[in-house]
Design a protein around this ligand. Structure first.
Ligand SMILES: [Zn+2]
Length: 290
């Protein structure tokens, strides 16, 4: 993978990959087919299935049903389902939906997929309660851009033990900062063809703009949220992670790892330096926030 970390949205990489600008996101929601990104494999049992540019969604094939991580928008669900099928999976086999954090671009499409599949929907207790309080207070409203927050959270993550399903044992860590209840996932994934096992990691709340002091204050949070984020990123940077999943493609120039001839070839995503650099880069950037 190219050695870029957290590219600015709207820029073009030397290899021609363009990061969508924030101004383009409304058009992507209005005309998502124009921004279709076919699925690609990123780890032995993990596929990118968002079906759109900029925002991620992943299928994890556990061997006993599928876990779907994040559902970007109600407007793009059909492309997400198409992606899951094109990756070779039946969406009805989704047993769990994991939400990285309570922002519209990650939960917007949860409701139709929850209803279509009957999957359990997981969110952190911290985000769920904070989010419910803001909904009740009217400070969070239906988000037309991504879809209203009208899904049902059936379960809260348990940080005290791994989430075990099929061949997967997923460690879930609370990593507050981007929201009060953002989470990270860590699991081993073995490729049966090669016998190799990779450590896969995803920090689901890496956007740092929400930790500007004015925005923290507006949300009723103190500076300790930013300090916790910096501390967590610094500690997590020392973990060995072979394959880094990101919740937005610009975070690690994710699409540079796609093998266009063979989208099931995930080899370019195996790079332990990506995770470490990404964590350190974001911790350093957060320290410079106003
Ligand atoms: Zn967010």
């Amino acid at each position: 993978m190219a050695n870029f970390y957290y590219a600015t949205k709207g820029t073009i990489e030397p290899d021609g990959i363009r990061h969508l600008s924030i101004a383009e996101v409304p058009d992507m929601m209005e005309n998502p087919w124009k921004y279709y990104v076919p699925p690609f494999r990123i780890a032995p049992h993990v596929w990118f299935v968002a079906g759109i540019h900029d925002i991620s969604s992943y299928i994890v094939d556990t061997g006993d049903g599928l876990i779907l991580i994040d559902c970007p928008s109600v407007h793009t669900v059909y492309l997400q389902l198409e992606s899951i099928r094109n990756a070779g999976y039946d969406p009805h086999n989704i047993k769990h939906i994991f939400i990285t954090h309570a922002h519209g671009d990650h939960y917007g499409g949860v409701r139709p997929i929850q209803e279509y599949t009957g999957a359990k929907v997981w969110m952190s207790r911290e985000d769920d309660e904070d989010f419910a309080a803001r909904l009740a207070a009217g400070t969070v409203k239906a988000n037309d851009l991504f879809g209203p927050p009208n899904f049902i959270v059936t379960d809260h993550y348990d940080y005290s033990k791994p989430f075990k399903i099929g061949n997967m044992s997923i460690e879930i860590k609370l990593v507050p900062g981007h929201t009060i209840g953002s989470v990270a996932y860590f699991f081993d994934d073995t490729d049966e063809e090669t016998g190799k096992t990779y450590k896969v990691g995803m920090h689901g709340g890496m956007g740092i703009d929400s930790m500007r002091s004015d925005r923290l204050k507006a949300m009723g949070f103190g500076m300790e949220l930013r300090e916790r984020y910096i501390s967590d990123c610094t500690i997590l940077s020392k973990r060995k992670v072979d394959i880094c999943l990101t919740s937005h493609e610009n975070h690690t120039n994710l699409f540079s790892g796609i093998n266009k001839e063979d989208r099931s070839d995930y080899s370019a995503f195996v790079d332990p330096s990506v995770w470490e650099n990404f964590m350190i880069n974001r911790a350093e950037a957060a320290k410079l926030l106003p």
